[in-house]
Write a protein that binds this ligand. Structure first.
Ligand SMILES: [Zn+2]
Length: 90
């Protein structure tokens, strides 16, 4: 009977190893997944409010007399509008 347990133990060990290998392969495959390369030649524009550089295609815009302004977020755009309004009042 001891032999039977030994065989069962070995089979279980084999299964665990197989599962472990499988999980390892999945994890490795996920880690190797090519990451999005940093965009080259994408025109970056500077947010005048917070100073962040933003992808021009994704930036929020505001057309002004002085030209086009670009913002990283609605928050910055609103802040810019309020600031220029406050300046106009002076
Ligand atoms: Zn900003």
């Amino acid at each position: 009977m001891v032999f039977g347990w030994l065989i069962r133990f070995l089979v279980v060990m084999l299964l665990v190893r197989l599962v472990w290998k499988f999980i390892g392969g999945v994890v490795e495959g996920a880690a190797r997944r090519p990451q999005i390369p940093p965009a080259k030649g994408v025109p970056l524009v500077r947010d005048p409010v917070c100073g962040t550089y933003v992808d021009q295609a994704r930036a929020l815009t505001l057309r002004r007399k002085g030209g086009m302004h670009y913002f990283c977020s609605e928050y910055c755009r609103t802040a810019f509008q309020q600031e220029s309004r406050a300046r106009a009042r002076d």
